[in-house]
Write a protein that binds this ligand. Structure first.
Ligand code: CA
Length: 242
């Protein structure tokens, strides 16, 4: 962390005080500020006056499902989202990623691993917003503003992509018409190439870009090799710099 940067604020939404304390301590050791929310309602109340850079949300909360808490956070904040889950079912994690979480960590976790994930999400968010703050990619009538992660359809409908979706689309638009291996698409995440989350993100992005779920007009799957983004991309300076 650079000295002139104010410490990032991380909201921890976890009903187990012991787990919350471990997370708070580990993050504090790495220079983060933290705020502990005992449940989803507590977090939503705090969001009225605080702007955390990232929320760590336990999926098993007493007052609402963590997925619901996450969606409500997304509706009012552009912060990063890390899911913490003790659930063994893959479907919960996949659902969390589908709904826009940046990553997930399984309980029980190694505190340093959790901190590493938090830092990785924050780094990705920063690189997405700083390298692309004035850049607008146009392809087949679509416009992708890398400064604010906004994707506009040829009809003019706007969608704000999640950090992970935006990161993926950024790799695609900067490397069009080339086979990209899964490793190249995973960015800075420490994931194994067999991790399903890359496929989840591809399908989420396809749903926003393609006329129907089965279509591969832009993002083609190249079996055994990776993915290919088929488009002619033109670059513009954004009309609305940050
Ligand atoms: Ca819990």
């Amino acid at each position: 962390m650079k000295e002139n940067e104010s410490p990032k604020l991380i909201a921890i939404v976890e009903d187990d005080p012991d787990v919350a304390r471990i997370i708070e301590q580990s993050l504090a050791d790495f220079g983060f500020r933290t705020t502990w929310c005992r449940n989803g309602g507590d977090l939503l109340r705090k969001l009225r006056t605080m702007a955390p850079d990232l929320c760590i949300i336990d999926l098993g909360l007493p007052d609402m499902d963590g997925i619901e808490a996450m969606q409500r956070v997304k509706a009012q904040s552009a912060c990063g989202l890390l899911i913490l889950t003790g659930r063994t079912h893959v479907s919960d994690r996949v659902m969390g990623l589908e709904l826009g979480a940046d990553d997930y960590v399984l309980k029980p976790f190694e505190p340093r691993e959790l901190v590493a994930r938090v830092r990785s999400i924050l780094r990705r968010r920063e690189s997405t917003s700083s390298t692309g703050s004035k850049q607008l990619a146009e392809f087949s009538g679509w416009r992708f503003n890398m400064g604010n992660n906004t994707l506009s359809s040829p009809k003019g409908d706007e969608t704000v992509l999640s950090t992970s979706e935006a990161e993926l689309l950024k790799v695609f638009v900067t490397h069009p018409n080339r086979i990209l291996q899964r490793e190249q698409l995973m960015g800075t995440r420490d994931l194994s190439p067999t991790d399903r989350s890359i496929d989840v993100r591809i399908s989420r992005l396809r749903r926003k870009l393609e006329p129907d779920e089965q279509s591969q007009a832009f993002i083609k799957t190249v079996y055994g090799a990776g993915y290919l983004f088929m488009a002619t991309v033109n670059w513009k300076k954004s009309a609305k710099p940050e």
